[in-house]
Design a protein around this ligand. Structure first.
Ligand SMILES: [Zn+2]
Length: 511
């Protein structure tokens, strides 16, 4: 397939055209068009900006797709509203299949009463059902679900019971986690459906490549889905895959690594958790939380354990990416990665999030050549950050400009489904920021770099870096000339077309 992208602004600058054949950029011209062979597909850009393909360097597409398949219960005004949506979902489901919903809020119901299994059992006898409240901390199970999870005899905190001691179906907090951990894992086919269901949204946003983080409890089905995908050609995106550390032996023994080592789908690395999140108060801090002096968060591992996990993944040949949000966790991650980062960090080991990153830690990362992925949308979402960290320390939260200017290769990402997968929304957040550390706002060029050059480098994709002859034709064409555009407008920009390996993965009608 050959494609001519006409009348575009090359990397957002001068007008030109790009001819693509066989997955590679063949000719870049300063003329708005070129003479090309008959049969070439022409994409008129109308002056829109053309960039190398955008990459989201940390997201959870399987989880995103799974959530999308759930029944959306937001906005239901009463139990009848919940029942109607569940009835429709059960009618679509196969017998025995789990039906999962989310978003009800009994505070908005007339009686403000928590629903019980008796409210839904008559509709859902053949399917186990779990309906999570809008907050995520309380769920309603139907009788079939209670039976399948083996919870009927459970009593105690977290398991609501009526005055006769019978479970109502409401489970809270750790009881809910316990129930969820017993739910059957998604099959390979279900995972594949989940993954494919998000592709269009991702390419529409301008993405060509996702760094796909697999889950700790569902990685087998997810790997099976990726292996199925690798044997077919009709998916839209490229995937760079990061497996949890407990999956290393499984991947090696099942020879999946060889099967998942192509240009479209490739296992890149291993993800390891060092701590939790700021929102939950589980990110590990050097000093206690400002709004809770008794809490400094928690590390998942001792220093030795983390170093061992890192060493195991590194010596098996993987890029190691360590989730670290609090400054104590980042410090621990740096210490664990230091011994395997010699010679400028050729394996490109990364710190994921690196959220609270004061100058001394930035300097250590730079000296070791450690990479980072950042999530600009967290800046605008974490409206409580100053209260949680204090006015002083919050200035070291998401210091993206300092990271870039001090020489840390940081790449942009969404952590979707936590935030929207749209990279222009991420760019907007990086350029405007919320209420703190305004000095860390990025220029448009820096924001683009996060999702293009830096993201490609952080995933070993420099073959796609830049719009140059001989480069792989992963290209993102925006519907506007973004140069000089106000960030508020930039946020609304969409992709006019996306090419992945020279094939049109997406084209806005009429482009
Ligand atoms: Zn994540």
């Amino acid at each position: 397939m050959s494609v001519l992208v006409e009348n575009c602004r090359l990397a957002g600058g001068r007008v030109g055209s790009v001819y693509v054949e066989g997955g590679v950029i063949e000719r870049v011209s300063n003329d708005p068009s070129q003479d090309v062979a008959e049969g070439t597909t022409r994409l008129d850009s109308h002056g829109g900006a053309l960039f190398q393909g955008f990459t989201d360097s940390h997201c959870h597409p399987f989880e995103m797709g799974w959530l999308r398949g759930n029944v959306d219960l937001r906005g239901t005004a009463n139990v009848t509203g919940v029942r109607m949506r569940i009835q429709a979902a059960v009618a679509r489901a196969r017998e025995g299949e789990w039906v999962v919903g989310r978003g009800w809020d009994h505070e908005t119901f007339p009686a403000k009463r928590l629903p019980s299994r008796d409210d839904i059992d008559d509709l859902t006898g053949k399917n186990p059902v779990v309906l999570t409240r809008v907050c995520g901390h309380i769920s309603l199970l139907n009788t079939r679900a209670i039976q399948e999870l083996g919870l009927e005899g459970r009593r105690g905190p977290g398991y609501d019971a009526d005055p006769h001691g019978r479970l109502t179906g409401i489970v809270r907090e750790s009881a809910q986690d316990d129930a969820f951990s017993r739910m059957p894992a998604r099959s390979g086919q279900q995972c594949l459906d989940d993954l494919l269901s998000i592709e269009l949204e991702a390419v529409r946003g301008g993405l060509t490549t996702l760094h796909c983080i697999l889950s700790e409890d569902g990685f087998k089905g997810e790997l099976e889905a990726l292996a199925m995908l690798a044997s077919q050609e009709d998916h839209l995106l490229k995937y760079r895959v990061y497996i949890p550390s407990m999956a290393i032996d499984y991947v090696e023994n099942s020879r999946l690594r060889g099967r998942l080592s192509g240009e479209r789908i490739r296992v890149n690395g291993v993800k390891i958790f060092a701590d939790g999140s700021l929102g939950a108060g589980t990110a590990a801090l050097r000093e206690p939380y400002a709004d809770d002096p008794s809490n400094s968060g928690m590390l998942r591992h001792t220093d030795e354990e983390l170093a061992d996990l890192v060493e195991k993944a590194h010596s098996a040949g993987y890029q190691v990416i360590v989730h670290a949000i609090g400054d104590r966790a980042v410090e621990q991650a740096i210490a664990a990665l230091a011994p395997v980062s010699g010679g400028g960090n050729p394996k490109r080991h990364r710190v994921e999030h690196a959220s609270l990153l004061p100058r001394d830690l930035r300097s250590k990362m730079r000296k070791l050549g450690l990479r980072a992925t950042v999530q600009p949308c967290f800046i605008t979402s974490d409206t409580w950050a100053a209260a949680r960290l204090g006015e002083e320390r919050v200035n070291d939260l998401y210091p993206i400009r300092s990271m870039l200017e001090e020489g840390i290769v940081a790449s942009g990402s969404s952590d979707a489904p936590v935030e929207t997968i749209s990279p222009v929304v991420g760019m907007w957040a990086a350029m405007t920021r919320g209420g703190f550390a305004k000095d860390e706002r990025l220029s448009l060029r820096q924001a683009i770099d996060l999702y293009t050059g830096n993201a490609a480098s952080n995933g070993f994709d420099e073959g796609s870096a830049g719009i140059g002859e001989g480069r792989r034709a992963d290209l993102t064409l925006f519907d506007s000339n973004v140069e000089g555009m106000h960030p508020a407008l930039l946020r609304k920009v969409g992709a006019a077309a996306v090419l992945v390996d020279g094939r049109i993965a997406y084209a806005y009608e009429g482009a």
